[in-house]
Design a protein around this ligand. Structure first.
Ligand code: NAP
Length: 303
């Protein structure tokens, strides 16, 4: 069974190259003919892991190819996922498996609602990768992938292919709890690093602000029926800040490089969920408005 990978960016390339390295059939799906022509001038997709570079001659196609898709890995940003999947939806077989790698929450439900005949599998990834050139990805951070579906279904048999490809993973019945927890950690740290223009560690100087955000995040998580994601949140936020003190958050890096952020699916999602549940979150709302102002001043989308 072929792995179709939609979006040959950082994470899509990291998955595609590892699957190809294990001898599994992989196809890249690129957005248009121009991207396909550019890719076809190359020898393939390169993976740099621990300083070792290897290129894989993975076949690519555009969204408009007619090959049916049984297993799709959606590796676009959250704000692109719905549109990208809409374009490919007619190619999905009945009972196709669609893995959604997007950070935050909101995009997964939007995609799932569009393709009710498919089985959507949500992935929460802590692996890190970035592109150092076109069609070349650097595996920058070891991590883990949690997979699960919201219907609490059984683990699919193809997980053994991830094992074979050396992609660290585990099937979980609580994927939403994982995604909410990661979302909460992100909301407590990333926007502040953008507003204070600092690496994670400098948030130790803003401990009161971080604590107040964690209190509100805890309330929202409880109200959303995710008490497990709320448990020990402040402690973990403090641990992450200390353990990654020298690092710049992904949102900081996006803004510094003039790239669109996924704010709508992170802080935006929490604030919207809180409003829908009449859960007061003045600090989070204020943080969101400050972040929107900061992004707008730099000409970046605030949704
Ligand atoms: P990325 O490097 O920007 O890659 C996204 C890719 O999607 C780009 O190659 C883009 O194509 C492609 N794309 C967008 N719309 C498309 C369409 N309609 N058809 C085909 N391709 C399309 O993003 P990323 O860093 O891999 O992140 C993907 C998701 O994973 C995000 O939600 C992110 O938060 C999450 N994540 C990333 C990491 C990481 O370390 N990178 C870690 C954990 C989670 P073009 O190149 O043509 O623009």
């Amino acid at each position: 069974m072929c792995w179709h990978v939609l979006g040959a960016g950082s994470l899509g390339s990291l998955w595609a190259t590892r699957l190809a390295r294990a001898g599994l059939p992989v196809r890249l799906i690129l957005r248009d003919d121009a991207r396909l022509a550019a890719y076809n001038t190359q020898a393939g997709l390169a993976l740099d892991e621990k300083g070792q570079r290897q290129t894989f001659a993975i076949l690519a196609q555009t969204v408009s190819a007619d090959e049916p898709i049984q297993r799709l890995l959606v590796a676009c940003k959250a704000y692109d996922a719905e549109r990208a999947v809409a374009a490919i939806a007619p190619r999905l077989s009945d009972k196709a498996d669609v893995l959604l790698l997007q950070n935050g929450l909101g995009s997964q439900d939007a995609v799932a609602a569009m393709i009710p005949h498919a089985r959507c599998i949500f992935v929460s990834s802590t692996e890190g990768a970035y592109r150092d050139a076109h069609w070349s990805v650097v595996f920058a951070g070891q991590g883990f992938n949690w997979l699960g579906d919201t219907r609490r279904g059984a683990a699919p048999a193809w997980l053994s292919e991830l094992e074979r490809a050396g992609i660290p993973h585990q099937w979980t019945p609580d994927i939403l709890e994982r995604l909410w927890r990661k979302l909460a950690l992100n909301c407590a740290i990333n926007p502040l690093t953008v507003l204070h223009q600092c690496p994670n560690g400098e948030l130790q100087a803003h401990a009161q602000e971080v604590t107040a955000l964690c209190v509100e995040l805890g309330h929202v998580l409880q109200r959303c029926g995710q008490p497990g994601a709320a448990e020990g949140l402040l402690d973990q936020v403090q641990q992450v800040i200390a353990a990654t003190a020298a690092n710049y958050s992904s949102m900081y890096q996006d803004v510094a490089q003039g790239r669109r952020t996924e704010i709508r699916y992170l802080l935006g999602h929490v604030c919207a969920a809180a409003a829908a549940l009449d859960c007061p979150t003045p600090k989070l709302n204020q943080l969101r408005l400050r972040l929107i102002e900061h992004l707008s001043a730099r000409g970046l989308p605030s949704d």
